[in-house]
Write a protein that binds this ligand. Structure first.
Ligand code: GLU
Length: 429
């Protein structure tokens, strides 16, 4: 048994909904399959560094509020820590710790020279003004100044953050160290060294993995009925690219609710609608309203949860009708639900593979920045596609070789590479 690390500040949630315990269970399963020694498993199940900082912020009305900002650095065995910064009311230290661990396996699986990290602040960014968000982001960055850096830990956007926050982080870090350091974050605006193709990258990666998986079943994207939970950075981009490839996006949702149109939504029109409706798709003309819960159980060919964790659970898994699920979100399926889906023969494309397009293009952005060379979008997309397709085939091959599901195959590859590096580097002192 791997000892579940006791993280400070919060009590453990019940095991079946605690993302950190779930992440440890997947690690444990991979360790068993790889016959990893107990010591390596112990090391890999603990984050190397957990940082929680207080962020005092003066609101526009003059009131002062103190927020908690987390950054969990799970592993830097393969390279600098890497991972997004999440602004969402459901952020907890345990969630951030789980997501940091997933980043370690994701980067290792994709063969990019990074470790894993994640950061977050438990706020609903919609409830703050731009000025307040800027002050929060700058103070958070300033508090983390000694813990981040282009060869130390490289943040990126995640749920609730975007290129705008990355520009503030880059500026705050640069002003503090006295010179411009574009490599301290990825997912930046193009004007400060961002990469073409980064904004759509996670969605593009999802499209590529679904396309490859369908091709293995002798199918193509054209005409496939696809349901997407989430219409933000990831779900929105995936919807657009899948729509362009000829798939029928029959339902999408945002936090406030969804829309359903069985013969296929007009995604460009829906994007325009959401842009002027505070990012919500609710009320889109012609389509029927649908709740987030009902959306997950619609009859469809491919289901793409692209929002929060723990969306498909023991409670609703038996109503899920899709034969293929691509985890565009991190951890959208609980451990128990995953087992039930596996027994039913549903193809589950695991998060650390399906949503890796974002961090792959983050890597390409970092490489371009460090070499002072910038590529056109075609080149960025091509390099990303190569890495995604290669990882997909490695996962399929591993699944066949070890006779395990795709998640365990992906985990054994990711965990195996980190464990090998750990063994080669040895334990200090
Ligand atoms: N937040 C994204 C993820 O979960 C991207 C991380 C990055 O680009 O570093 O993979």
């Amino acid at each position: 048994m791997v000892t579940t690390p006791v993280l400070p500040l919060e009590a453990a949630s019940p095991a079946h909904i605690c993302p950190f315990d779930q992440a440890c269970s997947y690690l444990e399963a991979a360790g068993k399959e790889l016959k990893l020694d107990q010591g390596s498993l112990e090391i890999l199940s603990h984050p190397r560094k957990v940082v929680t900082v207080s962020i005092p912020v003066k609101l526009d009305n003059g009131e002062v509020r103190v927020l908690a900002g987390h950054r969990v650095q799970h592993s830097d065995i393969l390279g600098p820590y890497k991972g997004g910064i999440r602004y969402h009311p459901a952020v907890t230290l345990r969630e951030v710790s789980a997501l940091a661990m997933l980043m370690t396996w994701k980067c290792a699986l994709l063969g990019i020279p990074y470790g894993g990290a994640k950061g977050g602040i438990a706020i609903d960014p919609q409830l703050y003004s731009v000025g307040e968000l800027e002050r929060i982001t700058r103070r958070y960055t300033s508090e983390l100044i000694k813990d981040i850096g282009p060869s130390v830990d490289i943040p990126a956007p995640d749920m609730g953050t975007s290129a705008r926050e990355m520009a503030w982080m880059m500026d705050t870090y640069s002003v503090n160290v006295g010179h411009a350091v574009p490599g301290v974050v990825t997912g930046k605006p193009l004007s400060v060294g961002g990469s073409l193709g980064r904004e759509m990258a996670t969605g593009r990666g999802v499209m590529i993995i679904v396309r490859e998986a369908l091709a293995d079943q002798g199918k193509s994207l054209a005409g496939m009925r696809i349901v997407i939970q989430g219409f933000g950075n990831v779900g929105g981009a995936a919807a657009e690219l899948l729509y362009k490839a000829g798939a029928k996006i029959i339902a999408v949702s945002t936090a406030t609710g969804g829309v359903y149109y069985p013969t296929g939504l007009d995604i460009p029109a829906l994007k325009t609608y959401a842009a002027v409706n505070r990012k919500s798709v609710v009320g889109f003309p012609q389509a029927a309203p649908i709740s987030n819960a009902d959306l997950l159980t619609l009859p469809c060919d491919v289901l793409i949860p692209a929002a929060l964790e723990n969306q498909i659970t023991e409670e609703n898994v038996n109503q899920v009708q899709a034969q293929m699920i691509a985890e565009a979100a991190n951890g959208p399926i609980t451990l128990e639900a995953n087992q039930i889906l596996e027994a039913r023969g549903v193809t589950v494309l695991p998060d650390i593979l399906a949503n890796a397009g974002g961090v792959v293009v983050s890597y390409l952005e970092w490489v371009q920045g460090l070499s002072y060379l910038f590529w056109n979008e075609q080149r960025v997309n091509h390099e990303m596609e190569q890495l995604m397709v290669q990882a997909y085939h490695q996962v399929i091959q591993q699944s066949k070789l070890r006779q395990v599901n795709l998640r365990l195959a992906a985990y054994t590859l990711g965990v195996g590479r980190v464990a090998q590096a750990l063994s080669d580097r040895g334990l200090y002192p």
